[in-house]
Design a protein around this ligand. Sequence first.
Ligand SMILES: Nc1ncnc2c1ncn2[C@@H]1O[C@H](COP(=O)(O)OP(=O)(O)O)[C@@H](O)[C@H]1O
Ligand SMILES: [Mg+2]
Length: 390
Amino acid sequence: MRIILFTGKGGVGKTTLAAASALLSAKNGYKTLIISTDAAHSLSDSFETHISNQPKQIVPNLFGQEINALEEITKKWGDIKKYLTALFASQGIDEIEAEEMSVFPGMEELFSLTQIHNYNKTSDYDVIIVDCAPTGDTLRLLSAPEITNWYLKHIFPIQRTAAKAIRPVANRVFPFPFPEDKIFEAMQKLTTQLAEMKEILSDNKKTSIRLVLNPEKMVIKEAQRAFTFFNLFGYSVDSIIVNRMIPPGVTDAYFKNWKTIQATYLQMIKECFSPLPIFTLEFLDQEIVGIELLLKIAKKVYGNKNPTQLFLSKKPIVIEKAKGGFDMFLNLPFVEKKDLDLYRNEEELIIRVGNYKRNILLPQTLLNYSIKSAKFEKEKLKISFRQKII
Ligand SMILES: Nc1ncnc2c1ncn2[C@@H]1O[C@H](COP(=O)(O)OP(=O)(O)O)[C@@H](O)[C@H]1O
Ligand SMILES: [Mg+2]
């Protein structure tokens, strides 16, 4: 199965390009499902047909689904949420605030994504195309499995087995409500599911992200930030799609300046994101809605290429054997050295880049080594692990 996520700043053309790619994928004979995790669902508008919470056939081989995040949250987080609200309230937190604290930012998108996990299990589709929320939210969404795990680990430090023994007296002894068995069950299920999902999403032979851009300063900046983040978290980006290029045939004086600006930015995009393949789509003289037009633009974008192809599969984190230890390379373009902070806490390597923090659980092989140096080599952060001197 192949999973392709489309993301980018608001309004750049994510839904349009996701829909077009899905149509071409279906036309090429792959059983394709397009799902939208953006709360502002617009697949229905794009395909000009009603798409709901359940997969619905749009054309032969193509199915669409707009996920209802609230329903997913209720199913998978409902019991935990009830418990957390009671727990916070027992600590004197106002009921409304307690309710608010029992969900965290990014949760809606996260639970939308768990659908991918289900489809991966059932193998019902060859290709899943995800029309994601704007970049900022997607970033949260992709770090959400880690955040949730952190949340669960720290809020529920009590082991289930210990809980069993304590429970008979717990509610008398502890000044907070004690989690019931079903809460532990729900948590365990969720933790496993999230770990598996993280594995699916960071499997760079199966999953890749496509960044949609417009040739404009702010949009490029945001895409760069997103690209750094994806690399940091081990998710691969396989191509860039530059949308809304003014066609060469437009000679109107009004657009002359725009064309020069766009050419400069296109060059900048190439310099920034190389060796990623860069696709372009011109600014049409009409909105892109409906099957016919979507298919037409898909062919404009991909030419004779298969849209489901993995255009570039570059591992964001690589570990190599070196003299006296190992070197770990993290692909981190666009990072300024002053933005970087690194420290180690036993088996955890904590990397802070700008506003993002990543905890990398070090592989077993590296645990007996200590960090000797960390430096930038080209666009990569090289961390050298060497034998501990006792
Ligand atoms: N290349 C283009 N030419 C003309 N209209 C476009 C183009 N790309 C997108 N649009 C239109 O712009 C609007 C926003 O696009 P959409 O794909 O919904 O963006 P996003 O999902 O990133 O918010 C839609 O009405 C779409 O039809
Ligand atoms: Mg959209």
